[in-house]
Design a protein. Structure first.
Length: 395
């Protein structure tokens, strides 16, 4: 909250109208919700690095720095006694207003802007300084369109405006907001889309951390934190070749001769006989064991939420937490097919018996399935509105 100080007295704080909000209530659950349509829009607000400066004022003119209900907009109200006639107002040496009739002046000014007001009245043609007012207006921060975080975001400002029912996807990064006042227009903060899944063999990311601290907050805010589902494992890669084939059987052998006629040994019929039967083919080699499946990824934790609002105000917070589910482990691959049996040997003659092909090798055993994983855990949740002692209304 911003205060202005005058010589010898403190000016009253300026109270402005807030946003139209619902009745103060808190709703908590640990269930999921539907998919959220994401519109990634660049947020052009600068990061918050400066603290709010208190303004200084002096003289008989009265000054009031007032908040407007519009983000980044303030105004300075200047008034002076009724007996003062002609008035000239300067800001940083530049004349911005003069009058000889009205009794006050309103000057619009943006947030985080320096000002140095000097007010002069006139005694004839001689200017008389009747008031000075200098300082730096508070810094506001606004998110007015759906946005997606690429890194941790720490917001510290006098006022934070979460507007236009924007969707803020954190992707598991930390989001921290600290302000005097927070206005939320049905905005939703969520970590991942429903069903978001990590890559193969990778643990699911946590829903991250959301921390919201303010003196006053008004409006409606939904925070949906869910862990990323773990990645699946790869199935064992199948064998693309068989085991080694069996060798061929040895061929048979035979001999032939003509019968001996008249003691000469020629002219008789040809006669053959088998000297060695052929061998059967060799057995094919047994197949190798199937390749193992790979592990599943663990489900991500839900993500944690902390909301601390000092004053009891018309602020509705709907928190949801959903853990990421474990991935599916890869299945063990089928064993390698056994080698083909070798061909039987050639009989070489009808006198020799036939042969058979060798038996196929045995198929290898199935590979081992990948290791199972666990679902994520539910992280801490604390909501405190107007408690003063910081105790959680919902946890």
């Amino acid at each position: 909250m911003l205060f202005a100080f005058a010589k010898g007295r403190a000016l009253s704080k300026t109270k402005t109208a807030g946003l139209k909000v619902l009745a103060a209530t808190i709703i908590a659950s640990q269930v999921g919700c539907g998919d959220i349509k994401k519109e990634a829009v660049k947020n052009e607000n600068p990061p918050i690095t400066e603290k709010i400066n208190k303004v200084q004022t002096s003289g008989d003119a009265k000054f009031s720095l007032q908040e407007l209900d519009i983000p980044h907009q303030y105004q300075i109200l200047v008034s002076w006694p009724a007996e003062v006639t002609k008035v000239v107002i300067e800001d940083s040496g530049k004349r911005i207003f003069e009058t000889d009739s009205v009794r006050q002046y309103t000057h619009p000014i943006k947030d985080n802007s320096k000002f140095n007001f000097r007010v002069f009245s006139y005694d004839g043609d001689k200017p008389v300084l009747i008031g000075e007012f200098s300082g730096l207006t508070p810094r506001d921060y606004s998110i007015e369109a759906s946005t997606e975080l690429k890194q941790d975001l720490n917001i510290e400002a006098a006022r934070v405006f979460l507007a236009n029912q924007a969707k803020i996807q954190t992707n598991g990064f930390k989001l921290a907001i600290k302000a005097d006042k927070i206005y939320s227009d049905n905005v939703e903060i969520y970590s991942f889309l429903t069903g978001a899944k990590a890559p193969f063999e990778t643990d699911g990311a946590s829903g991250g951390s959301v921390e919201i601290r303010a003196k006053v907050a008004v409006g409606h805010l939904r925070v949906n934190l869910r862990g990323q589902n773990g990645g699946d494992g790869f199935d064992g890669k199948p064998w693309d070749i068989r085991a080694v084939s069996g060798g061929g059987g040895r061929n048979g052998a035979h001999e032939c001769a003509r019968a001996n006629i008249g003691g000469i040994g020629i002219g008789g019929p040809l006669k053959c006989w088998c000297t060695r039967n052929p061998d059967n083919g060799g057995a094919g080699a047994n197949g190798a064991k199937g390749r193992d499946g790979t592990r599943a990824g663990r489900g991500g934790n839900s993500g944690s939420l902390l909301v601390e609002i000092q004053e009891k105000t018309e602020f509705v917070v709907e928190p949801f937490q959903t853990v990421g589910l474990a991935g599916i482990p890869g299945k063990g691959g089928a064993g390698q097919l056994g080698g083909i049996g070798g061909p039987g040997g050639d009989p070489t003659s009808s006198e020799c018996s036939g042969s058979s092909s060798g038996p196929e090798g045995k198929q290898g055993d199935k590979g081992i399935d990948g290791a199972k994983a666990l679902d994520g855990n539910v992280d801490p949740l604390c909501i405190s509105i107007g408690q003063g002692d910081g105790k959680c209304l919902v946890k």
